[in-house]
Design a protein around this ligand. Structure first.
Ligand code: CDP
Ligand code: MG
Length: 140
């Protein structure tokens, strides 16, 4: 275990549904530090880069269309085991499989609009933080 930084996002459905506060509140209650946070509209090129691993899959185009459809809240979280820990707080990708008590389990019903994003590994976290917050990462 080590102090890690991970990239987290409230997706457009979470913003539209007024879940920013609830999600930020859960992050703070857990004990992660929010070391960077911004509300933004994701440009298409950035969305395609962020989800590059899914290029060519049937859900890629709808996913990019959805993630660029409205503002998101992008964050960098810091804490012990934060990468796996934030994934655990979000729950399974498909809300139908996500446990009650997780963000996706509590607030989503369909896989295409599942409220939150989190990096899945240290290399992914570094890559996603750089995409959204630049080479130097958060200044905090
Ligand atoms: O977000 P996560 O890392 O849990 O899942 P992913 O496998 O990296 O997929 C990225 C996102 O694509 C998911 O969060 C879903 O919003 C979307 N997706 C989808 O719409 N349909 C699928 N069959 C798989 C993923
Ligand atoms: Mg993923």
């Amino acid at each position: 275990m080590a102090t890690e930084r991970t990239f987290a996002m409230v997706k457009p459905d979470g913003v539209v549904r007024g879940l920013i506060g609830t999600i930020v509140s859960r992050i703070e209650a857990k004990g992660y530090r929010i070391v960077a946070m911004k509300r933004m509209r994701i440009p298409r090129e950035l969305a395609e880069r962020h989800y590059g691993e899914h290029q060519g899959k049937p859900f890629f185009e709808p996913l990019v269309a959805f993630i660029t459809s409205g503002p998101v809240v992008a964050m960098v979280l810091e804490g012990e085991n934060a990468i796996a820990g934030w994934r655990a707080m979000m729950g399974a990708t498909n809300p139908a499989d996500a446990a009650v008590g997780t963000i996706r389990g509590d607030f989503a019903t369909t896989i295409d609009e599942n409220v939150a994003h989190g990096s899945d590994a240290p290399a992914t976290a570094r890559r996603e933080i750089e995409i959204f917050f630049g080479e130097d990462g958060p200044l905090d």
